[in-house]
Design a protein. Structure first.
Ligand SMILES: [Zn+2]
Length: 157
């Protein structure tokens, strides 16, 4: 579990999905880091200004997903079951986030996901980022916000 202070420092980044774009190879980077993961170690040395802030669209596709029914990380007990997806953003980077606005049905031991219109949600489904409460910690009720992704509905795609 991340500490509240860490959340405070990364709040802006998490809230706005602000990453970086590599001016060397043009690819999006999320979360921001010192070295572009696409064009490797030497980029930073050759061009220290190679990475500029970049606002991601917040749209992407489900790359994989899994639903947690028990033994969640500390602090997440009251949220089970929940579904975590690896989302590939339109701009390329992948990130892990919870899916929201979905329902689950277990069939033959396999979790099937559906959007609010009852359409299946699976690998390849288009999703968009929304900002939601991730967890509320402690007696002072520190609330951690973060990104979750919800399926785009038919009328939006
Ligand atoms: Zn690069």
């Amino acid at each position: 579990m991340e500490s509240p202070s860490r959340h405070w420092r990364t709040k802006d980044q998490r809230y706005r999905l602000l990453g970086e774009k590599c001016l060397n190879c043009g690819k999006g980077i999320f979360p921001p880091r010192d070295v572009c993961p696409h064009c490797a170690e030497e980029t930073k040395a050759k061009n220290p200004e190679a990475q500029v802030p970049y606002q991601f669209s917040g749209k992407g596709k489900v790359y994989s997903h899994s639903t947690i029914y028990d033994a969640p990380p500390e602090g997440f007990e009251k949220y089970v079951p929940y579904t975590v997806a690896l989302v590939m953003l339109e701009e390329g980077p992948m990130l892990t986030a919870q899916l929201t606005d979905i329902t689950r049905k277990i069939s033959g031991g396999v979790t099937q996901l559906f959007n609010v219109e009852g359409e299946p949600v699976d690998i390849g489904t288009q999703v968009e980022m929304v900002t939601r409460v991730l967890s509320e910690d402690g007696p002072k009720g520190i609330i951690n916000y973060g990104h979750k992704f919800r399926p785009l509905l038919k009328r939006q795609t």
